[in-house]
Design a protein around this ligand. Structure first.
Ligand code: S3P
Length: 167
């Protein structure tokens, strides 16, 4: 048994799906954002403000490496974890990487209410479209499996669970 790493854009449902799947399969659930925040004793917003995106990615890389050594489970990663080649390599070496792929229009509707994502402060719609364009290749090449996550969260969780069971 190895980890199942969920990657994908902000709002793609990684944490919700990951938690559901881990619960159903009675496996541990990990969240790299939570790990980074608790290690730093700061919110992600504060880390970006004080150390910039590079400082955040460094901490995220450490969190990915630490989780890779834990008991295998389901891991929700931060949306930009795939930007760091070391994190991508660590994930690939420690399990299966599953992309939750969501249509940008669906994402925009989902994250419209959130105010806690530093990369979206400049205007949600424009930010999501440009982040999606900039990252879509990286998401696809980092993933072992792609799941259509524009569908209801329970359907997505069932498919991820089936993937875990088939591994
Ligand atoms: C980020 C996504 C966030 C968080 C940080 C940066 C990104 O995680 O790691 O705000 O670069 O896409 P979620 O995908 O869980 O929102």
């Amino acid at each position: 048994m190895a980890h199942v790493w969920l990657i994908g854009m902000m709002g793609s449902g990684k944490s919700t799906v990951g938690r559901l799947v881990a619960e159903h399969l009675d496996r541990p659930f990990y969240d790299t954002d939570v790990a980074v925040e608790s290690a730093a004793g700061m919110t992600i917003m504060e880390i970006f403000e004080r150390f910039g995106e590079d400082g955040f990615r460094e901490r995220e890389r450490t969190a990915v490496a630490q989780i890779a050594d834990e008991t295998p489970g389901v891991v929700a990663t931060g949306g930009g974890a795939i930007l760091d080649p070391v994190s991508v390599e660590t994930m690939g070496a420690a399990g299966t990487v599953v992309l939750l792929a969501v249509d940008p229009d669906v994402l925009i509707a989902r994250v419209a209410e959130d105010g806690d994502r530093p990369l979206l402060l400049d205007g949600i719609e424009r930010a999501i479209r440009s982040i999606d364009r900039a990252r879509s290749d990286r998401y696809r090449t980092s993933a072992d499996v792609v799941v259509d996550a524009s569908r209801p969260i329970e359907t997505v969780a069932e498919e991820v669970e089936a993937i875990c069971n088939a591994l």
